[in-house]
Design a protein around this ligand. Sequence first.
Ligand code: FES
Length: 180
Amino acid sequence: MSLHRPKPPLPSDDTRWKLVNATMRRNGYADHALIETLHSVQDAFGFLDETALRFVAASLDVPLSKVFGVATFYHLFRLKPKGRHTCVVCTGTACYIKGAGVLVDALRAHHQVEPGETTADGALSVLTARCVGACGLAPAAVVDGEVVGKLAPEALLERLDQLEHAKTAPAPPPRARAPA
Ligand code: FES
């Protein structure tokens, strides 16, 4: 019989952890919820990183080695993000009503990428989630871990362009040295 250990704190205030936690809570933090929980991490974040695996292991009171084992055994789990940037479009009810579909369409038209895929140049992975916990900001998306709400398609595309340019912009020239 296992003792009820206190649950670890969420790894950060990223609202997607609440979704992961909700999956575990719904299953009474039982260890048989491991695969479903890992799916929920991947749905929310697009991949499983070490922080997530440690958090899930501690929450379900399962050895970390077992969590790594399951995460690496099943090919459908990814341990790394594929794209340089990740955009998770919320397609939960509130966001759907407010136009999440238009956001997905805009990404499809502008970046030629379907949800669950990465652009051919490796710049952007697009995912969808059922609710990212920001319904008051619908339609919302999580761009590189940051929730952005009340999104028009143009604003989303512009934000993604800015991110990519910020990454690829050349470094500013070194400052001229003052004459001695
Ligand atoms: S339905 Fe989109 S944030 Fe909740």
